[in-house]
Design a protein around this ligand. Structure first.
Ligand SMILES: [Zn+2]
Length: 233
């Protein structure tokens, strides 16, 4: 019976090939979304095990971040870049959950999340969320939450105004562009908590800085940060 099932499965995959969202190669029967090779070659930073890493250093002198890390390097032409592109612009939401789960396992086993109380995804502006239909950072957060058991709060932090595309701006311009664009709706819920901010890609850190500065106005709040990828500029 399983032989017939396998034949049928092969036949279906000939008609509708299942391809890896990282490299475009055919997926094996036991693989889904991302092939084993992609999992192996994605360049991981290992920063969650180093307190003084380049992502943490981004925030030095800018805002008080307890711990900061990123899953992978966001190199040009890298598979993580293709995966994140598929997650953000091609509607493949499962990639967010999957990479969140994978990273969540490392964060949990290294003890990175042991003193965290809750996860807060970096919010998208409502109009952007309406167009895309989802917030990719929320999906990554839910993947991390699934393996760490931490709650995800998608209500307390929101984005006030849409920022223009930040890619061609200097760090100063980007900083002024994101300053004061986040607001906290119910600070009493977050009081005294250690919050893990989750984003998709960290580049200059200015978006995180703006979020953190808003959160750090609340009494006894601590903020840590993780992202799926770190783009070295
Ligand atoms: Zn692949």
């Amino acid at each position: 019976m399983s032989y017939i099932y396998d034949l049928w499965d092969d036949f279906i995959s000939l008609l509708f090939p299942r391809l890896c969202y990282g490299c475009g190669n055919h997926l094996l029967r036991n693989e889904s979304l991302i092939c084993t090779e992609c999992y192996v070659v994605i360049p991981r930073t290992g920063y969650h095990t180093e307190a003084e890493n380049p992502v943490a250093r981004l925030f030095w002198g800018r805002c008080l971040i307890e711990k900061a890390a990123a899953f992978s390097f966001y190199n040009k032409g890298s598979r993580i870049r293709t995966l994140i592109h598929n997650l953000k612009y091609k509607g493949i939401q499962e990639i967010g959950y999957e990479l969140g789960r994978i990273y969540g396992l490392s964060l949990k086993s290294s003890g990175f999340t042991s003193d965290i109380d809750l996860i807060l995804p970096v919010p998208l502006h409502q109009s952007k969320k309406r167009i895309r239909g989802y917030n990719q950072s929320e999906l990554i957060s839910k993947g991390i939450a699934e393996v760490t058991g931490l709650p995800v709060d998608v209500l307390s932090l929101s984005r006030k105004a849409i920022s223009e595309t930040q890619t061609r701006r200097s760090r100063y311009e980007r900083w002024t562009n994101v300053e004061g664009i986040f607001s906290v709706s119910s600070p009493e819920v977050l009081k005294g908590k250690h919050i893990l901010l989750v984003d998709d890609v960290i580049t200059t850190g200015s978006t995180i800085e703006s979020c953190a500065n808003e959160l750090l106005k609340i009494d006894e709040v601590k903020v840590s940060v993780v992202a799926l990828a770190y783009a070295v500029i």
